[in-house]
Design a protein around this ligand. Structure first.
Ligand code: ADP
Ligand code: MG
Length: 261
């Protein structure tokens, strides 16, 4: 077992009175992919956002290797998100005005790479994902699966250490979703990166090296302090009762702006 790359202990996050995260421990090693499952509203996205330094937990800690990242300044976390992490959301969140290649080049350009120099790796990444010839298309001129592959190219262009994906196939049909997930898993393996993927889809979870389930802000099977032991409620059972797509849309637009701020 390799030592963890990204780890967290006793994460707590409140948005109001009820905790969205209530003491979650987490660790992922390079080359590992962890599926985060559980009912809507259980805290999956909040966990992802705390791990990625998009939001700060109220208590607990997050480490990238040995470095505490939850206590870094906003500026340092922003730099970390741009350089070591990659993000893929349910809807690609591409900028509609920009052609595919510029969407992909964006994280490099935001990191200070001149446009010309950024377009080379952006095009190479698009080619890798089977999008050669579509570099000049705007998101509206691409199919859903193509647009999501552009979003994936944009996520991977920085050679991230950790890829965070929040229901990345939730808006795609099954075949396209499988294809996007296949490319995601292959690339993460190639980069020896870690993947943390929130998903409602048991088939996607089964392709990951490990699955964790969050319920009411806690890891499933871990009782709340003061509760008696709870029965472990398996994921397959939970998945059978959930719709494939989390349709609540509570967040509105995913926090892409925050990722690159
Ligand atoms: P999931 O991703 O599992 O559907 P979330 O992590 O989005 O769940 O949400 C967990 C809980 O925290 C929910 O009760 C949700 O309403 C609440 N929550 C999440 N983000 C916010 C926010 N920005 N403001 C207020 N409440 C939030
Ligand atoms: Mg969510």
């Amino acid at each position: 077992m390799r030592p963890p790359m990204l780890s967290a202990s006793s994460l707590v996050k409140h948005f109001g009175t009820a905790p969205a995260l209530d003491g979650v421990d987490f660790a992922v090693a390079p080359g590992e992919s962890v599926a985060v499952t559980g009912p809507s509203g259980s805290g999956k996205s909040t966990l992802l956002h705390c791990l990625a330094g998009i939001i700060r937990p109220d208590a607990g800690e997050v480490r990238l290797y040995d470095e505490r990242i939850d206590t870094l300044s906003e500026r340092s976390r922003s730099h970390l998100r741009r350089t070591r992490f990659a993000f893929l959301f349910q809807f690609g969140q591409l900028l509609p005005e920009l052609p595919a290649e510029e969407n992909v080049a964006l994280p490099l350009m935001l990191g200070g790479t001149p446009r010309r120099a950024a377009l080379g790796p952006a095009r190479a990444q698009l080619k890798r994902l089977g999008l050669e010839g579509k570099e000049g298309r705007r998101p509206g001129e691409l199919s859903g699966g193509e647009a999501q592959r552009v979003a994936l190219a944009r996520a991977l262009v920085v050679n991230p250490a950790v890829v965070f994906a929040d229901e990345p196939t939730g808006a795609l049909d099954r075949a396209t979703g499988d294809q996007v997930m296949g490319v995601l898993l292959d690339t993460v393996a190639e980069l020896d990166a870690a993947l943390v993927v929130v998903t409602h889809d048991p088939r996607i979870a089964s392709r990951c090296t490990r699955t964790i389930e969050i319920r009411d802000g806690r890891l499933s099977g871990v009782p709340r302090t003061g509760d008696g032991a709870k029965d472990f409620d398996g994921f397959a059972d939970a998945a059978a009762r959930r719709p494939v797509i989390d349709g609540e849309g509570r967040f509105g637009p995913e926090p892409v702006a925050e990722v690159w701020r």
